[in-house]
Design a protein around this ligand. Structure first.
Ligand SMILES: Nc1nc2c(ncn2[C@@H]2O[C@H](COP(=O)(O)OP(=O)(O)O)[C@@H](O)[C@H]2O)c(=O)[nH]1
Ligand SMILES: [Mg+2]
Length: 357
């Protein structure tokens, strides 16, 4: 059994993806030496969303229990997301109106974890909408969301009527947009083809979690490294002074050079392509990456620029080794897009595993 197979230590309530029996299956399957893929990358890059997508494709609909846990998480994503997001706006020198500051205090102070089957609290329905519609919150999104308000707020706040309905049950799309800060390691085993299983390992990507990566490297066939392409104009949640894309480039370099991953295939997923395409219209890459020579507002040029930056690092790190650079642009919340991207990833990994040494 691999080093990580015994510890699935998500917060119990949101150990979203696997039921007890499925976890057991995963661990048993790990004994049969499945193809092992690690999902790595900064926090918020989309690792858990890929994990959820794979779970949906291979295990079918979320259970009643999982759906209920996500319903409660979505409520927290909205109330906490507004609070944390608007606080981040304040530190960037923007603020909501005086009356909305008062509302925010009410939502933050009186909001609480929902109990099982407790509907969203209707008294916060309108305060949440007013906060969302605050001119400075809207201006922040309209100008490229440099303060880094959670992107899923925009999705959830456009669906408040549906969410605050007493009979609200989250759809798959709602669940894919829900965000929990991953700590620890989640694993799931999927059947790729007869006799070939895939063990997918999702590891937290915040700075404090990254030291766990090397402990999961044992027997890894591939690293799928995820980057939030839309993070080029934002700082890290855990460090206001570090640009998210600069952090991803550094982390990519460290990971490509790490001796414990030297036998793994590396596949880069430049994710959140949907958010990137919108953002690029309003926020020029050159303002954050002065060596960017492409035209402002051109998503293709932007994608090429960032792909080149990552490729250059990989080529330098992989010199003297016969290793390829693979890259895909993805939107992790789009099931069809991820089906195709993961099929390509699996094809690459299987082809590499089957090569004679
Ligand atoms: N719009 C959009 N949202 C995404 C995409 N990928 C991830 N997200 C959202 O970004 C947030 C963080 O994603 P998550 O998978 O939890 O990131 P992780 O920290 O790397 O596991 C969640 O709210 C996701 O729904 C994407 O491609 N497009
Ligand atoms: Mg995660």
């Amino acid at each position: 059994m691999g080093a990580c197979a015994s510890s699935i230590n998500r917060p119990r309530k949101y150990s979203e993806v696997l039921s007890e029996s499925e976890q057991e299956k995963t661990i048993q399957a790990a004994d049969r030496r499945p193809v092992k893929i690690l999902l790595l990358g900064s926090s918020g890059s989309g690792k858990t969303t890929i994990f959820k997508q794979m779970r949906l494709v291979h295990y079918g609909p979320f259970t009643r229990q999982e759906t209920e846990a996500y319903r409660q998480l979505i409520y927290l994503n909205i109330t906490d997301g507004l609070h944390a997001g608007i606080s981040r706006m304040n530190t960037s020198g923007f603020s909501v109106t005086e009356e909305n500051r008062e509302l925010l205090r009410t939502v933050a102070e009186h909001g609480h974890d929902l109990k099982d089957d407790e509907p969203f609290l209707t008294e916060y329905r309108h305060p949440i909408e007013w906060l969302w519609k605050d001119p400075n919150v809207q201006a922040m999104y309209a100008n490229g969301n440099q303060a880094g308000l959670p992107e899923n707020l925009s999705y959830f706040c456009q669906n408040l009527d549906r969410l605050f309905n007493r009979r609200f049950v989250p759809s798959n799309q709602d669940i894919l947009h829900a965000h929990v800060r991953s700590t620890g390691i989640a694993k799931a085993c999927f059947s790729l083809q007869p006799g070939r299983d895939l063990l997918l390992v999702d590891i937290g990507g915040s700075r404090s979690e990254r030291r766990k990566w090397r402990h999961c490297a044992d027997g890894a066939n591939a690293v799928v490294f995820m980057v939030n392409l839309a993070g080029y104009n934002q700082s890290l949640r855990e460090d206001e002074d570090t640009n998210q894309m600069e952090d991803a480039l550094d982390l990519w370099e460290q990971t490509c050079r790490a001796p414990w991953f030297k036998d793994a295939v590396f596949i880069l997923l430049l994710n959140q392509n949907d958010v990137f395409e919108e953002k690029i219209m309003r926020s020029n890459i050159k303002d954050f990456f002065p060596d960017y020579k492409g035209p402002a507002g051109n998503a293709d040029a932007g994608r090429r620029y960032f792909k080149d930056r990552f490729r250059t690092i990989a080529r330098e790190a992989f010199t003297a080794q016969n290793r390829q650079f693979y890259c895909h642009f993805t939107t992790a919340t789009n099931t069809m897009n991820i089906r195709l991207a993961m099929a390509a990833v699996q094809g690459t990994v299987l082809a590499t595993c089957e090569q004679p040494c």
